[in-house]
Design a protein around this ligand. Sequence first.
Ligand code: HEM
Ligand code: FPP
Length: 306
Amino acid sequence: MAKSAELTEHDQEAAHAPLNWRHFYEMTKPKVVMLLLLTALVGMCLATPGLVPADILVAGLMGIGLLASSAAVINHVVDHKIDSIMARTYNRPVAKGKVGVGQALWFALALGVTGFACLMLLVNTLTAWVTLASLVGYAGVYTMFLKRATPQNIVIGGLAGAAPPLLGWTAVTGDIHPHALLLVLIVFTWTPPHFWALAIHRKKEYARADIPMLPVTHGEAFTKTWVLGYTALLMLVGFLPYLTGMSYLIYLVGSTLLNAGFVWYAWQLKFSDKPGWAMKTFRFSIVHLMVLFVVLLIDHYIPITL
Ligand code: HEM
Ligand SMILES: CC(C)=CCC/C(C)=C/CC/C(C)=C/COP(=O)(O)OP(=O)(O)O
């Protein structure tokens, strides 16, 4: 009796419902984690001229994926109150009370411990600690503090989401190479236009949940200017892998086209107020990053020079 009095309303509701694996799967943000893993895989492949050892490939991706999933589950727990206010997220398992806070936290712990052990025992200590730091950066620093504190939340918090190419690289070599940091810089510069495009579309919901996202605090016009600014910056950053000799012609052509496409979307968003364009820009950002990293991979194995 005393124990049930200590349980939250959500825990009580969840305690009566049969556990559904789909809810647990959903809490791991599988599509986001898949894209993070693609960037990690590319980091691994670019780290070596040869083939990535199969054991490092499997254990590295498993460890990074499990820790990123754990971070996503913690995000569902910490944010369950604001998630329940927003149309996009009100149906999430913890927000809806389909999974209890305690259950979700045990799940996050299990994922986190397994992922960390996997990296520590089968990959290397550097990768294990930097991946754990990324988890803390996203689930702790971004979700618990920055998200509610400043409209620059995602610029700073974006570092955690940008880390996987470095994690993949360190998994293979055990050290931090400037080329790996270049890949991090690409994802880091990509993140603000990726997220602010969505935040423009969901501005009213963020305002209702009292989250200081840039379109809420500084308005849509200002946010659109910065979306365009970051895509232009991404265009410049995109030349660095070629200029530093990390990548070759296939990358140069592919990345220039993709980045020009992103600038075009951002330009349209800023100057021709087409309905639904913010969401189109957001969706394009996801395809853009996916294709960009596939292009990096193809270019690595087919290094064409002038
Ligand atoms: C702090 C940094 C980031 C923020 C604030 C952010 C924000 C978001 C938000 C709010 C969504 C949900 C859209 C929806 O539910 O309709 C989303 C979707 C997505 N994000 Fe990000 N993102 C960040 C970084 C990243 C990174 C680094 C990646 C991958 C490399 C990524 C990949 C994706 C993907 C694939 C989706 C689509 C998920 C789906 O359709 O279920 N994001 N992002
Ligand atoms: C270990 C490691 C690599 C960690 C990275 C973790 C990770 C899942 C990063 C992705 C960033 C992301 C989806 C942010 C959205 O959070 P949000 O709370 O603003 O969005 P939401 O409202 O959709 O939850």
